[in-house]
Design a protein around this ligand. Structure first.
Ligand code: PDD
Length: 276
């Protein structure tokens, strides 16, 4: 595995994390996961826009210009001959003596690597089971921060229950999944939580909303309740690595017919065309 460490491509066993790296000690940094189809990064500009925004929101300088970052990521894809998979990219505030406040001097540290991975076609076809969980995360979920304990605990609760994703809610209002955005279909209308501070503004979410518009599916970017989720005709999740995956059961109760729904299928087909 090749590692992009700042602006150098090095072997994995040459890469080292300093014990006082603020990403390691505080989760003080941001990240992106970028899908690669046929050797080409998908929605690269959107991911870099979001990376820049996340960094700005935590008042962290980025190490390189947009052009240089892009060039380095393309070099990484080439070095590993990546065709199908994704890039993981993270930037921390750098290395400094441990103190919660920002250090007066530190250089951001960029780490990225490529992972070979096929599209999850089985999940896309057959769907997944989800559980619901109280959303105990902070109030800036729009920042793609390295602090993921809330997501880690929620996802583990899903795994412990024999499910594949946790759908989070704040006092009965559904926000998103532990690492996905959540949509429901009710009376042929698509609902998803508005892109505010309570959810990550998913790139796949935005692509899906555009596809829905093109397909003439009415869309409401409005919060919906756990009751709406339970009585939905269809439920699906979206993410960079999962694309559009139907949820066929929530808390052990079948969604609609218990089979992936028609609107979900239509959007999956439209997504497939877009990446093809
Ligand atoms: N997760 N919501 C959360 C909390 C996420 O962590 C993610 C992405 C999404 C979907 O965003 P996008 O469509 O831009 O991938 C929504 C990534 C894939 C991860 O942490 O692995």
């Amino acid at each position: 595995m090749t590692i992009l460490f700042n602006d150098q491509l090095i072997a994995r066993d040459e890469a080292r994390v300093d014990v006082e790296d603020r990403g390691y000690q505080f989760g003080d940094g941001v990240y992106e996961v970028i899908r690669v189809y046929g050797g080409h990064p998908f929605c690269l500009e959107e991911h870099l826009d979001r990376l820049e925004r996340s960094a700005r929101e935590i008042r962290m300088p980025l190490p390189y210009s947009r052009e240089k970052t892009e060039h380095l990521l393309l070099q990484l894809i080439e070095a590993d001959h990546l065709k199908e998979g994704y890039l993981y990219v993270q930037i921390t505030r750098g290395v400094a003596p441990r103190d919660h406040a920002f250090p007066s001097k530190s250089e951001p540290v960029l780490t990225a690597y490529a992972v070979e991975s096929q599209r999850p076609t089985d999940l896309m076809k057959n769907g997944i089971r989800a559980i619901t969980q109280e959303d105990i995360r902070w109030l800036r979920c729009d920042i793609k921060s390295l602090n993921l304990l809330g997501a880690v605990l929620a996802k583990q609760a899903a795994v412990d229950a024999g499910a594949q994703e946790a759908i989070l809610h704040r006092n009965g209002t559904v926000t998103e999944g532990s690492a996905t955005n959540v949509f429901i279909v009710k009376d042929n209308t698509l609902w998803t939580h508005p892109a505010n501070h309570l959810i990550l503004h998913g790139i796949t979410r935005a692509v899906t909303l555009k596809l829905a518009e093109k397909e003439g599916i009415p869309v409401r970017e409005e919060a919906f309740s756990l009751e709406d989720l339970r009585s939905a005709d269809e439920v699906f999740i979206t993410s960079t690595t999962k694309e559009i995956v139907p949820v066929v059961a929530v808390d052990g109760i079948p969604v609609g017919t218990g089979q992936p729904g028609l609107v979900t299928r239509k959007l999956q087909q439209a997504f497939e065309q877009k990446i093809g």
